[in-house]
Write a protein that binds this ligand. Structure first.
Ligand SMILES: Nc1nc2c(ncn2[C@@H]2O[C@H](COP(=O)(O)OP(=O)(O)OP(=O)(O)O)[C@@H](O)[C@H]2O)c(=O)[nH]1
Ligand SMILES: C=C(OP(=O)(O)O)C(=O)O
Length: 223
């Protein structure tokens, strides 16, 4: 394969331990919240790996079950650094990615994108032509993707109000209007309902079937 055919992006996906992740889903999904968090991460990872512009996906997580699941779909797992938070996890993943795959861009992708379509991720990555670009989430205040060209530090500023923080740091927003599946991060039950409308990946769909079964008393039955 010539260099020109090598996919130009490594994606770094951070996944919090699912025992404590997605706390804003706890009220609506008390029994299935950890499984949902895990399913979102696996569906996001699988969709990312299906983009022809993605050379590899590196998941930063301390969750052994997530590590096993994402390794099974073809991603690499890297443990979190102890005692630090999301942006430090991303810096760590970006450093591992840059050391392992020199000369490719590194992009951080949120793990809570269960409706992600590979074609929409591909379109967004194609539009990442500045040194640093980012994709604003559907609520308009957060970030779902932050991409840095080869040799440019990722400088992640995820957290509350991250869209403004990324813009203030010089990153350029991707202005495409056709990438809702990449912008639909799931924090709340209403977000999840919208993701289901868009069409979620198979792992999330399976958990949603269990949720529905539990609600109607048919969990575990064949029909
Ligand atoms: N590796 C790692 N990932 C993290 C950490 N904190 C958050 N994340 C991930 O970063 C992404 C965005 O975080 P949030 O949307 O706030 O997810 P969350 O913290 O599980 O959700 P809430 O409990 O509702 O705030 C998700 O993919 C999380 O799994 C961390 O300390 N380490
Ligand atoms: C951490 C973030 O996610 P959320 O707003 O979904 O918590 C972010 O958008 O930077």
């Amino acid at each position: 394969m010539s260099d020109l055919q090598v996919a130009p992006w490594i994606l770094v996906i951070p996944v919090k331990r699912t025992a404590i992740a997605k706390s804003r889903l706890a009220a609506a999904y008390p029994q299935h919240r950890p499984e949902l968090a895990r399913a979102f991460a696996v569906d996001t990872t699988a969709a990312a790996l299906a983009s022809p512009l993605v050379r590899a996906v590196l998941v930063v997580t301390d969750d052994p079950v997530v590590s096993a699941d994402i390794t099974a779909v073809g991603a690499y797992a890297v443990p979190d650094l102890p005692g630090v938070g999301l942006n430090e996890a991303l810096e760590h993943g970006a450093a591992v990615a840059a050391a392992e795959f020199p000369d490719v861009g590194v992009a951080a992708l949120s793990a809570d994108l269960p409706a992600l379509r590979p074609a929409e991720l591909t379109a967004a990555l194609k539009a990442c032509v500045a040194d640093r670009n980012f994709v604003i989430d559907l609520p308009g205040t957060g970030t779902t993707l932050l991409a840095a060209s080869p040799g440019t530090p990722l400088d992640p500023r995820f957290g509350v109000g991250s869209a403004l923080a990324h813009q203030a740091s010089g990153a350029v927003p991707v202005e495409l209007t056709t990438i809702d599946s990449l912008r639909r991060d799931v924090d709340t039950a209403a977000d999840l309902a919208h993701a289901v409308q868009l069409g979620v990946g198979p792992r999330t769909a399976d958990v949603m079937s269990l949720v529905l079964g539990a609600a109607t008393g048919t969990e575990g039955l064949a029909c």
